[in-house]
Design a protein around this ligand. Structure first.
Ligand SMILES: C[S@@+](CC[C@H](N)C(=O)[O-])C[C@H]1O[C@@H](n2cnc3c(N)ncnc32)[C@H](O)[C@@H]1O
Length: 229
């Protein structure tokens, strides 16, 4: 493992499996892809980013670690530079908005050939999970980690009949994946929603929606197996 990785980056690397070819989309500095090569979680890395200066940072890091012969770096939108014949088994897309990741996946022709995905959407989690649900991509794990703020890390793979209920699309994690950070995230959300509710003018149309969310949170906290925080 490289030194000085953040808790978030380490969690992303842990979430990756061992494969021959991994593509890191939005590679930026290259820490994640280079760590995967160093950890031998991938034999070959395709590192791609829409920004040429970001790809250059990855190129420099690969050279520093003498790994340039085990990687191909590319500038492009999402996975547009990746050919189906390259047999990418694992794809990691982290640090982008949920809708941006949906855009990238919906443009990719070899989605169903991918064996393992690691996603870390920064926002729009509900929209993102709905896309996976509607496109037969089954969520394997959906966890929250705290690294100065809360992040959601989702691993998934293509699988028929993998639709998620609207409740799970909104709240993520199965009972068994609800870790300590998930409940801390939930408690923060509850606090924010309660504050908004208390400051709403009477009969505001948002009231019903917020009360429904607060009720969902209560339901999750009461679920059998829920950990106390
Ligand atoms: C916040 S950085 C995240 C870097 C790294 N993935 C991580 O999680 O530490 C987001 C990166 O995604 C890149 N990016 C944004 N939209 C993209 C797209 N459609 N295709 C490829 N790269 C994109 C940006 O240029 C930037 O380098």
């Amino acid at each position: 493992m490289m030194n000085n990785l953040s808790t978030r980056q380490k969690a992303l690397i842990d979430a990756c499996k061992k494969f021959h070819t991994t593509c890191d989309v939005g590679c930026d500095h290259g820490y994640i892809g280079v760590s995967l090569l160093k950890n031998k979680k991938t034999n070959f890395l395709i590192a791609t980013d829409i920004s040429a200066p970001s790809v250059h940072k990855t190129e420099v890091l690969l050279k520093q670690h003498n790994l340039q012969n085990y990687a191909s770096i590319r500038v492009g939108d999402g996975l547009e530079t990746v050919k189906s014949s390259e047999n990418v088994e694992q794809i990691i897309i982290a640090g982008m908005g949920g809708k941006e990741i949906v855009h990238i996946l919906s443009e990719y022709k070899s989605l169903k050939k991918t064996k393992h995905f690691v996603f870390q959407p920064m926002n729009e989690l509900q929209v993102f999970r709905k896309y996976l649900s509607d496109n037969n991509i089954k969520i394997q794990k959906d966890i929250v980690i705290f690294d100065k703020k809360f992040y959601h890390i989702i691993t998934a793979k293509p699988q028929e009949n993998s639709s998620l209920s609207p409740f799970r699309q909104k709240w993520g994690a199965k009972t068994k994946d609800r870790n300590k950070d998930y409940f801390l995230w939930l408690a923060e959300k509850e606090k924010k929603l309660t504050k908004i509710l208390n400051n709403l003018p009477k009969n505001n149309e948002k009231e019903k929606e917020i009360l429904k969310c607060l009720n969902d949170i209560k339901r999750i906290k009461a679920t059998k197996g829920a950990k106390k925080c």
